[in-house]
Design a protein around this ligand. Sequence first.
Ligand code: 4AD
Ligand code: MG
Length: 445
Amino acid sequence: MTNIITIKNIAKHVGAEVTIQGWLYASTGKGKLQFLQVRDGTGIVQAVLFKPNLPEEVFEAAKHLPQESALTVHGIVKQNERAPGVPGGYEIDATQVTVVQVSEEYPITPKEHGVEFLLENRHLWIRSRKQWALLRLRATVMRAMRDWLDTQGFVEMTTPILTPAAGEGTSTLFKVDYFGDEIYLAQTGQLYNEANIYAFGKVYCFGPTFRAEKSKTRRHMTEFWMLEPEIAFCDLDGLMAIEEQMVSYVVQRCLEQCAHELQVLERDITVLQKVVPPFPRLSYDEAVERIGKIQAETTDVELKKLLEVKWGHDFGSPHETELTKQFDRPMFVYGFPTVAKAFYMEPWPGRPEVCKSVDMLAPEGYGEITGGSERISDLNLLLKRIHEEKLPQEAFKWYLDLRRYGSVVHSGFGLGVERTVAWIAGIHHVREASPFPRTLGRVYP
Ligand code: 4AD
Ligand code: MG
């Protein structure tokens, strides 16, 4: 059989004789008609088996073929607006079906399964329509971010995963025995990117990041993917401009290239269409004031308690949720208290209790998707902060060097891929935005 096509491109082949290679997603039938929903990784299409059109034994075998059996379908592409699966409505009038492997009884059936069961079978669950749509969306998000940065002149650098020092606080380090020495899995590639900018100007790294987070929330994973751009001669304002342009570009690309996936996910795309610059910018002080006001005005006793906010604390998920509800697109909160943030952040001029930090919060209650800052560029100030945070100066020797040789104002941010995808897709928990999620309670499969 020839003319193997992918389901995604089926519209180009109306009237032609084609072959689809894939797996049986579902089937129904009655009498002389059998309908096979076939998926090939690019989409799902219906193959219509009309008994007189196929060899007798092929029709009979297809009737009893279990879900997830591997097969090829040969036939003629027809347009049929009512056909399920591919957007636009296409189906295949089958003339031949070849079974490649007869599947054993498949554990994931169209009935409702509990999420723990599905996570235990994640290696199979990814074949389901919604998971398929989500992970394709994730791939588009990752490609769009890279494309935007590449066209803006950023150079991709890889940063090490085995690291001798903590980048984001010592409480969430995964320890590794490195031939008798204690080292850690990377929490961030930022510190290395701060070295990279002095060689390349604008850089980014993109890879897995590890945090021994004890938080069992819908936003936390122990392994997640982070994109981290870093820019020389860039201050906090410049950083926010870059962030809002990149995130807007990514969302618009998803709308363009993942219309079908977003439809499968039943995402309300009108909220995504509004994601264009500029994003609202609120100082931490203003944000605290707003949250205080929401708290004072709410009649919900439970919420009132959750919205308790003391100056100096980072925001929790209820604070972010209520704050972002007031805006129709992502927003920035900048100028957090120094005590709530990492050691390397530049102090606010004349207000050392505040630092030049910025978080981007996604709307609809999704909360923080990026965290960034202007970095300390002065050697003595950085030394002081390392001592205040009781970090081992020896491990930061090379990082301090960057403040000795041509130090300049520079800034960068980190974007969490799973949180960003969860927001764009409109799903509840970040773990489904990863093919094989790692969370507090799970490292299998
Ligand atoms: O705000 P964070 O901790 O910032 C940094 O690591 C900086 N060094 C980045 C930089 O400036 N280059 O993390 C950045 C983002 C968060 O906004 C969030 O989207 C994601 O990484 N993130 C997590 N995602 C899932 N699970 C977790 N446990 C996460 N922790 C952070
Ligand atoms: Mg953060």
